[in-house]
Design a protein around this ligand. Structure first.
Ligand code: MN
Length: 195
């Protein structure tokens, strides 16, 4: 096994309000990269033809993907909706399914939606100061339910966990969070594909 060269401490600043770091570059997910993720595909096309906006960004500090290392950073989901579905991250399983993750909200208002391959669903509401433990085997997606503020969370997980985006891109989540009468509501995903 390749030996890690990281043997020094490091300090990186993340702003607790907007989640951004002056020290490193984020990865950005534009609306154009979210094809097929939203229930209302017509509203998606319409919104995209109007303007390709930034839906979320996050940091990948490039820590060695080795057991014992940790990967961490912030994720920032911007306010917005496609149809009545809130802006959200794609969501993913970890490639090493038996790995957990910690999220800590520093700004905004949102949900962490989780599900495991057996069909158990977990939903946690996040406000500043709330931490959530995402258990092993659970896919996770962050959803911004504020119409004005960015939803900011700090995260940490085992650096060699890896990301499986494909399963969610193909099957979707079993549940969706939509706005109904001005309030968030969790519904069954009519497009969920069990194959
Ligand atoms: Mn993760």
């Amino acid at each position: 096994m390749k030996k890690s060269k990281i043997n020094k401490s490091s300090a990186i600043k993340f702003n607790i309000n907007d989640g951004l770091s002056p020290d490193c570059k984020s990865k950005k997910r534009m609306l154009s990269e979210m094809a097929g993720m939203y229930l209302d595909s017509e509203a998606y096309s319409q919104s995209l033809s109007n303007k390709d906006v930034l839906v979320y960004e996050f940091y990948d500090l490039g820590k060695p993907e080795e057991p014992g290392e940790l990967s961490y950073g912030t994720t920032i989901i911007y306010p917005g909706k496609i149809g009545n579905e809130y802006f959200m991250t794609k969501g993913h399983f970890h490639s090493i399914l038996d790995t957990a993750e910690i999220y800590y909200c520093t700004n905004g208002h949102g949900y962490l939606l989780m599900e495991n391959p057996e069909g158990a669903v977990e939903l946690q509401e996040m406000t500043p100061g709330v931490s959530v433990y995402v258990p092993r085997r659970f896919a996770h997606r962050s959803i911004n339910i504020s119409n004005s503020e960015p939803f900011v969370m700090f995260f940490a997980f085992r650096a060699d966990a890896g990301h499986d985006y494909k399963t969610i891109e193909t099957k979707g989540f079993r549940k969706l969070v939509i706005e109904k009468n001005g309030k968030p509501e969790i519904i069954d995903n009519p497009k969920w594909n069990s194959d």
